[in-house]
Ligand binder design. Structure first.
Ligand SMILES: [Zn+2]
Length: 507
C-alpha cells in the first residue's frame, strides 16, 4: 500500500518542481519577473554580459540565484556579495507548486478507507508516516489540501490520500436522532416506555405521572430516557421541561408519612418504643402508648423501617413505621383490619384512559377505613398513590400485628371490554373462604355487579399473609359500565360500604 500512495502523489506532493525553462536568448536588455533559478553546472559570474568580461567568481552547480533583469541570454544575479552576470544556458527556473499549500474546508463528511493507507504528518507522501489506517475504517474529514484529507485516527491527526477514501452514503432513516443538552422532564401523565421511537414498538413499562426523567437524545418527538432499569423511548407529548432533578423531588418512599399526624397502633395496654436512632437496637428514649399522636418529621417508609417522629409532648425520636396508622385506634381492645390498596407508585395496576387502578383502590380503601375505624382498628399498607410496598411488605405489615382480617383491594382489566363484574380470591382456610364469599355477596347485591364468583387464587399477597385474607376485584376498568361506576365518587362510597359491611359481618 505505501508504494501505491507514493506513486500516486509524487507528481504533486513535492514542494518544489523543476521544469525545463531555459531562458531564451534576447537581443535587448529587459526587466523580467523576479524568479529563482538553479545552476545546472558550475558557472562564472562576470562583471558584464559577455564571456570576455572579467570573472568575479564561480558559482557552484546546484545553487539558487535570483534574477529580475536579463540582457540577451545573460542574467543579472548576486552571489556571495558580488553582483554580475551569468549565462542563461546553465540556469533552470524553479517552479513552486502551490496546489498542496492551499487547504479547503468543507462540511464534515464520513469516508471509508478502500485500502489500508498511511496517515502522514502533512499533505505529502514524503512526510513522516504517523501510522497505518486499516482498510474499511470510517474517517471524518472537514479539511483537505489538494487530494490530501486531514483526518484523525487513534489520537493522531494527519493527512491521508483521498484516492483511498470513499464517501459514506448515510442511510436516511425515517427519523434521524438528535443529540441535545441533558434536560430534565416531568411526565405529565403515565406514559409508556417503548423499545424504539414508535407507538407500535414493544412496551417496556409505564412511567407514572409526575416523574422526572432525563433525556439528551430524541428521534422526532420520541425522547430516549431511562426509568427503573429500562432504557427506551417515550412520546414527547407527555413531557414537560423541569428544572428540578429527581434528587430534589421527594423520594417516593417519604410520601406516605411525611408531615402526617399519625396514631400509635399497638395492642391494647401495649406501647411503642421511641428510640434515639432508626434501628431496633438504638437506645430507647421513651414509650408511646396505643393511640398516641405523633407527627412524622422524616419518613423513610420501609415495612420494618423507622420513621422520625415528634411526639405531642415535643420529644423527637424514631419509631417503627409499621406501628403507625392514619386512623385513630380506640382506647379499648378492638379487632384489627388491614386493608391493602393494590399496586402504588410506579405500579399503576390496570389502566384505561389515564385512569389507574392504583388510585381508585386507594380512594376506596380510605373510605373503607374511615367507615371501619368507628368500630375496629384499621391499618393500611399504603396511604398515598405514590408509594409502592412490595407484595412481601404488605404481608409483613399484616403479620406484624394481631390482624383479624386482611383485604387486598383491586380492579380487573381484560383485553376484551366485554368482561365485567366482581370476583374474590382466597388462598387458605375456611375463614378466608367465608370472607371472600361475604365480600362477593355484598358487592353483587349492593352495587348490582355481575357475580363472577369466588376463586382459589395462588397469589403472593394471600400466601404470605397469616390472617384470614381475600383479594377482591371490584370490577373491570376495561368495561365501560364497570368503569363508570369505579370512577364515580358516589359509587366509590358504595363499594366501600359493601366491603366494610362484609368485613364487619366476617369478624
Ligand atoms: Zn390489581
Amino acid at each position: 500500500m505505501p508504494t501505491k500512495t507514493s506513486v500516486l502523489i509524487a507528481s504533486i506532493a513535492s514542494a518544489v518542481l523543476f521544469t525545463v525553462a531555459a531562458p531564451t536568448p534576447e537581443a535587448s536588455a529587459a526587466s523580467i519577473t523576479k524568479a529563482t533559478y538553479q545552476t545546472t553546472d558550475a558557472l562564472n559570474l562576470r562583471v558584464s554580459a559577455s564571456t570576455s568580461s572579467k570573472k568575479l567568481l564561480t558559482i557552484p552547480k546546484g545553487k539558487s540565484v535570483v534574477s529580475s533583469y536579463k540582457t540577451g541570454n545573460w542574467y543579472k544575479v548576486s552571489y556571495s556579495s558580488k553582483t554580475g552576470y551569468v549565462s542563461g544556458s546553465y540556469l533552470k527556473k524553479k517552479v513552486a507548486v502551490k496546489a498542496s499549500t492551499v487547504g479547503t474546508s468543507f462540511t464534515k463528511t464520513n469516508y471509508t478507507t478502500t485500502d489500508s493507507l498511511s496517515l502522514r504528518k502533512s499533505d505529502s507522501a514524503t512526510s513522516t508516516k504517523l501510522l497505518t489506517i486499516p482498510k474499511g475504517t470510517t474517517l471524518s474529514s472537514a479539511y483537505k489540501k489538494g487530494s490530501w484529507y486531514k483526518v484523525s485516527y487513534k489520537s493522531k491527526t494527519g493527512y491521508v490520500a483521498g484516492s483511498y477514501l470513499k464517501k459514506k452514503t448515510t442511510v436516511k432513516t425515517s427519523s434521524a436522532g438528535t443529540t441535545f443538552a441533558k434536560t430534565n422532564y416531568i411526565t405529565l401523565d403515565a406514559l409508556n416506555l417503548r423499545t424504539s421511537n414508535s407507538a407500535t414498538s414493544t412496551k417496556l413499562l409505564t412511567i407514572p405521572k409526575g416523574k422526572v426523567v432525563t433525556s439528551s437524545y430524541r428521534k422526532d418527538n420520541w425522547y430516549q430516557v431511562s426509568y427503573g432499569s429500562k432504557k427506551g423511548y417515550v412520546s414527547g407529548s407527555y413531557l414537560k421541561k423541569t428544572t428540578s432533578t429527581s434528587a430534589s423531588l421527594p423520594p417516593v418512599s417519604t410520601a406516605d408519612y411525611s408531615g402526617s399526624t399519625m396514631y400509635v397502633l399497638v395492642p391494647f395496654n401495649d406501647s411503642l418504643t421511641l428510640r434515639s436512632g432508626a434501628s431496633s437496637i438504638s437506645p430507647s428514649i421513651g414509650t408511646l402508648p396505643r393511640g398516641s399522636v405523633v407527627t412524622v418529621t422524616n419518613a423513610l417508609h420501609k415495612t420494618k423501617g423507622f420513621v422520625a417522629v415528634k411526639t405531642s409532648d415535643g420529644r423527637y425520636g424514631y419509631v417503627e413505621a409499621t406501628y403507625l396508622s392514619l386512623f385513630q385506634p380506640s382506647m379499648s381492645s378492638r379487632p384489627l383490619v388491614v386493608l391493602d390498596p393494590g399496586h402504588g407508585g410506579h405500579d399503576v395496576g390496570a389502566a384505561r384512559y389515564g385512569i389507574y387502578e392504583r388510585d381508585i383502590v386507594m380512594s376506596v380503601a380510605k373510605l373503607v377505613a374511615e367507615r371501619l375505624s368507628k368500630t375496629v382498628d384499621v391499618k393500611l399498607t399504603r396511604y398515598t398513590n405514590d408509594y409502592y410496598p412490595s407484595l412481601t411488605d404488605r404481608s409483613v405489615i399484616s403479620n406484624a400485628h394481631k390482624t383479624n382480617i386482611f383485604v387486598s383491594i383491586h380492579i380487573n382489566a381484560a383485553t376484551s371490554n366485554s368482561a365485567y363484574g366482581a370476583e374474590n380470591f382466597y388462598y387458605r382456610g375456611n375463614s378466608s373462604v367465608a370472607l371472600s364469599r361475604n365480600l362477593q355477596k355484598n358487592l353483587v347485591n349492593s352495587i348490582g355487579l355481575r357475580d363472577r364468583g369466588i376463586k382459589f387464587g395462588n397469589l403472593a399477597v394471600l400466601r404470605g399473609t397469616n390472617a384470614p385474607a381475600t383479594l377482591t376485584e371490584l370490577g373491570f376498568l376495561s368495561n365501560a359500565d364497570d368503569r363508570a361506576k369505579l370512577v364515580s365518587p358516589s359509587y366509590q362510597q358504595r363499594y366501600a360500604d359493601a366491603v366494610a359491611n362484609a368485613i364487619l359481618s366476617s369478624l
